[in-house]
Design a protein around this ligand. Sequence first.
Ligand code: NAP
Length: 557
Amino acid sequence: MLEKKDSVTELDVIVVGAGFSGLHILHEFLKRGYNVHLYDDGDGVGGTWDKNNYPGARVDSEVWVYQFTDPDIWQNYTFTEKFPSWRELKPYFNFVADKWELRPHMTFNTRLEGATFDEQENVWHAKFNDGTVRRARHLVLAMGSTTTPAMPKIAGIETFKGEAYHSARWPKEEVSFQGKRVAVIGTGASGVQTIQEASRVADHLTVFQRTPNLALPMGQESYTSDEYAKMRPLIESAMTYSRQTYAGFAYDLGQRPWNDHTDREKTTILRRNWEQRGFRFWLGAPADLFFDEECNRDHYYFWRDQTRKRIKKEHLIELLAPTEPPHPFGAKRPCLEQWYFDVYNQDNVDLVDTNTNPIECITENGIVAGGVMREFDCIVYATGFNNCTGAVAALDIKDGRGRSIKDLWDEKYLTYLGKMVPGFPNLLFTYALQSPSAFLNGPTAAELEGDWVVKTVEHLDMKGVRRYEAKMDAAHLWAQKCNDIANTSLMPQAKSWYMGANVPGKRPEIQMFIGGQTAYKTALEEEMEKGYPGLVLKQGPQADAMTTQRSEKVASL
Ligand code: NAP
């Protein structure tokens, strides 16, 4: 029998993570009168933007869709850039926390380590790294998909005497590359952005590239407050439209088959999407980009020819923009760049292809690759994450048979709707495995998934359900659906984190639902409307006093 200790706090809901998703969910629960508290292991609000503070870190979504749709927020906050950096996003999150009066309901520097479900009382006992245990009926994990940094296993890595940083665990104090010999390992979005900044001030920059990034021109813009104020009506319509597009952007995939277009039309589409900058050339392309080899190659060749025009060092052309695609275009995440390809024209920048010159070891003074020792003052590991599964699987949470979520996923990636795992009742998560995650703009996903989570908890509470758990067969069907869609696409042809192929030892399989926002929304809505056929529901005592109070509060809103 469980004893209630002093350090045990009783809550309706625990939310973990203070990014877009966690803040939205906390706000929605508070509006409904829930006794809810949010915990985050960072110093403050912002989630990924609290931790990925490497030089140049900025978002790849246009600012009009990269914010909450609450008018109280977007009508009152002014951004200065089309693609804001973390320096602007951090104050934005603080503004949101104050506006929604969330601060009394959040605790920072506190990491969830594990949890045990009390089957008699149907409550979670959540254990935090400060030794406290909080009891709650619902556990909501809003920890994001790019949460758990992946460090490469390189001999001697711990012996390096200079500065060494992973892009996702950047120190809070300013790090300067000025006059230093800098190495960046990795050319994903984090690497590209770090490389751009380091190239400007480093004495020498060496980039260790394994796969070229098929990066697209960002098309950054700056705004005065007057200019931004004039854009507000457009921001509103962009937000509205983005709620019905494939990836939550203010543009959509084209539905006409690529080969129904004449050659002239194809060229016009490629040019138009390229010139409009941002991810239009990817997530505003004809949908065939993801399914049809010819369409995909036409896009790749267009990208290659545009990019090659910028690379002046003959020997780097094939490495940065190869004649043939290293993988289908867009099947591995491109990122947005500003002066990335120009960096390589500088005398202080060189590139090491780790396929032909593998990194052998790291010494006290530098990196040995392809038999050559290069000395560095600073090494940046922009080597990515154990995406989608890492954060949830790291928790010490066991089902009734003593198996953790990691044990389950090591065998088979199973979730129901990317929201729940069979065997783990009253536990929900967002922006993780088998949800659209990387294929849905962050705030759009946060609101879509968060609303479903909150409404589900509220609905089940009102019905007197005290224990709800994903059915195993429903989870198998959802996993099958995620795989079926991916397997008809070009996605499995890329060795990418979308396929879980970036972490040695991780079982490669599509990590997300790539059927698009509308299809995902329909699946969530159907589950709700049909009375949750994918869940096993167990009734408890009918609506308690808290629930009654809450429903009165909601009715009066
Ligand atoms: P990433 O896309 O996974 O890139 C990691 C890079 O490190 C890849 O180039 C990878 O090479 C390389 N790498 C890993 N281990 C290596 C090794 N042992 N030796 C040599 N190279 C190695 O990670 P990320 O750049 O941090 O981005 C992750 C995701 O976070 C993005 O896709 C995006 O969703 C999000 N993000 C977004 C933004 C933005 O919006 N601007 C910025 C940063 C991150 P391979 O490609 O060969 O595996």
